[in-house]
Design a binder for this molecule. Structure first.
Ligand code: EPZ
Length: 416
C-alpha cells in the first residue's frame, strides 16, 4: 500500500486544469459496447477505475487502445457476456456494463457488486428497471443471470433517483424498436454527458438533466469521437484545498454550474468566488466561517464532496452541521480527522463539527475514495507532517492529485 506524506501549512496559489470526469467516463466506456464499431473518447482520466473498466471491456472481447487521455474502443467482437467476479469486486460500478451488454446481445451475467466502504450499495433499482424492460433475471446462484430475446421498451419509474440505475436503464433501452420513458430519473450532469455521447453516436435520447428521460430506440449506433466532461468532484475538491489553506486559486476547464451548490457553500464560509465560462477562481478568507450542508441528489449538495467540505469545516469558526442523506456509512473518515485534532460528533446520519484553531499532522488511513481525499485536504494545513496510508483509494478517482496540488504550492510526496 502506498502513502502520501504532506508537509502542511502552505497557501495554495495559481491555476490548475481539472481532469475528465470519472463518473461520466465509466458509463460512457460501458456505452461503447452498444456500438458495433469503433469509438474514440478524449479527456478520459488515467485513474484506477477507468483502468479496471478498460480491463473488463478487453475481457468481453473489445480491442482497446490508450494513449494519454485518448481511448479507442473497438467493440465489433464482443464474445463474452459475463463480468468476472474478481473484476466486479475491484469496481462495483462495473454493474453498468450489464445494461450495455443486454442492449447489445440480450445477455449479461454478473455477481452482486457487494457493499463497499460507504454503504450496502444495493442494485434492486437496476434489476427492477431491467424487469420493466422484459429482461428475465435469475438470482438463484451467487450470480445474477439476465437475459431476454428482445428488450421491450416500457415506462420505468425509479423509487429513488439512482444515478447507476438511470444509466443502466438508458443503456439497456438505447438499441430497441420503441420508446422507453424513465421517470424519477437521476439528474446528475454525468447522465447529461452520457445522453450527449449516445446521441452523437446516433441514439435518440432526450430529457437527461431532468427527472424524465425519453429513449426512442434506434437499430444501431455509429462510430464517433467524444470528449468527456470535466470532473465536477475533482473541481470541488481543488476548491476546498484552496479554501482550507487560505489560498487563491483558479481552476481551468470546469463547468461552474455543475458545482453550484459547492460554490454557494464555500461562499457561505467566506470565500470570494469569481466565475468565467469554463473557469472558477477562489480567494479564501483569513478565517473560514462555519456552515451546514445536507447531501441530496443533484442539483442538491453532492454526497461525494461531503467528506471533503467537512475537512474544510474542521478549522472554520463556529459549529457546522452535516446531514448525509444518500449513503448510510459515509463518515468513516471522521475518526481519522479526529486523530489530527478535528472535533466531530456523529449521530446517525448527522455530523456536528466544532471548528478548531488548527489541525496537527498525524499518521492516518484512507478509508474510501472521498474520505481519503478529505484527509489529503486536512493534511494541507495540518501543522507538521501528515502520512496518509492506503492512498490506493484516492488513486481510484483522482488523476495526479498530488502533482496538481504541488503545482499550486503544496508539499506532497508519495511513498510506494
Ligand atoms: C454514483 O453511484 C456515483 N458513482 C457515486 O460516486 C455517487 O456518490 C452516487 O452516484 C450518488 O451521486 C459513479 O457514478 C460511478 P446511486 P451510484 O445509485 O450510481 C441507493 C464516487 O465517490 N440505491 O445514485 O451507485 C444507494 O444505496 C462515487 O465517485 C438503492 O437503494 O449511486 C444509495 O443510498 C461514490 N438501490 C443511493 O441509492 C439501487 O438499486 C444513491 O445511489 C441503487 C442505489
Amino acid at each position: 500500500m502506498s502513502t502520501y506524506i504532506i508537509n502542511g501549512g502552505k497557501k495554495l496559489e495559481g491555476e490548475v486544469k481539472v481532469s475528465g470526469s470519472k463518473n461520466a467516463s465509466l458509463p460512457i466506456l460501458a456505452a461503447c459496447v452498444l456500438n458495433n464499431g469503433i469509438t474514440k473518447l478524449y479527456n478520459v482520466p488515467n485513474i484506477e477505475d477507468t483502468k479496471v473498466m478498460i480491463e473488463i471491456l478487453k475481457y468481453l472481447g473489445c480491442k482497446v487502445k490508450k494513449s494519454n487521455d485518448k481511448i479507442i474502443v473497438d467493440a465489433r467482437k464482443i464474445n463474452k457476456f459475463e463480468i468476472p467476479e474478481e473484476l466486479m469486486r475491484k469496481m462495483r460500478s462495473s454493474v453498468i456494463l450489464a445494461g450495455a451488454l443486454l442492449g447489445r446481445i440480450g445477455k449479461a451475467t454478473f455477481s452482486y457488486p457487494g457493499g463497499c466502504d460507504i454503504g450496502a450499495r444495493p442494485i434492486d433499482l437496476h434489476l427492477k428497471a431491467f424487469e420493466n424492460l422484459g429482461i428475465n433475471i435469475n438470482k438463484n446462484t451467487g450470480y445474477i443471470i439476465c437475459k431476454c430475446d428482445k428488450i421491450e421498451p416500457n415506462k420505468i419509474n425509479l423509487d429513488f433517483p439512482s444515478v447507476g440505475a438511470t444509466e443502466n436503464a438508458i443503456l439497456a433501452s438505447t438499441l430497441t424498436s420503441g420508446t422507453t420513458v424513465i421517470t424519477n430519473a437521476a439528474m446528475e450532469p454525468e447522465i447529461v454527458d452520457l445522453q450527449e455521447f449516445l446521441n452523437k453516436a446516433g441514439a435518440k435520447i432526450s430529457g437527461a438533466g431532468t427527472n424524465e428521460i425519453t429513449i426512442n430506440g434506434v437499430a444501431n449506433l455509429k462510430n464517433v469521437g467524444y470528449k468527456i466532461m470535466p470532473d465536477r468532484i475533482e473541481a470541488g475538491t481543488l476548491l476546498c484545498a484552496g479554501a482550507i489553506t487560505g489560498g487563491n486559486i483558479t481552476l481551468k476547464e470546469v463547468i461552474p454550474k455543475n458545482i453550484a451548490p459547492v460554490i454557494e457553500k464555500l461562499e457561505e464560509c467566506g470565500c470570494k468566488i469569481d466565475i468565467k465560462k469554463d473557469e472558477i477562481s477562489l480567494q479564501a478568507p483569513k478565517k473560514l466561517k462555519a456552515t451546514s450542508i445536507k447531501t441530496m441528489p443533484y442539483p442538491g449538495f453532492p454526497t461525494d464532496l461531503q467528506a471533503i467540505l467537512a475537512s474544510v469545516l474542521t478549522v472554520a469558526k463556529g459549529t457546522s452541521i452535516i446531514v448525509e442523506n444518500i449513503f448510510e456509512n459515509r463518515y468513516k473518515y471522521a475518526s481519522e480527522l479526529m486523530r489530527m485534532g478535528a472535533k466531530f460528533t456523529i449521530e446517525g446520519r448527522t455530523a456536528i463539527i466544532k471548528g478548531t484553531r488548527k489541525l496537527n499532522g498525524a499518521d492516518v488511513e484512507a478509508t474510501d475514495l472521498r474520505g481519503g481525499a478529505a484527509l489529503l485536504i486536512a493534511g494541507l494545513i495540518a501543522k507538521g507532517k501528515t502520512r496518509i496510508n492506503n492512498i490506493e483509494y484516492i488513486l481510484r478517482g483522482y488523476e495526479n492529485i498530488d502533482i496538481k496540488l504541488n503545482m499550486l504550492g503544496a508539499k506532497i510526496t508519495k511513498e510506494v
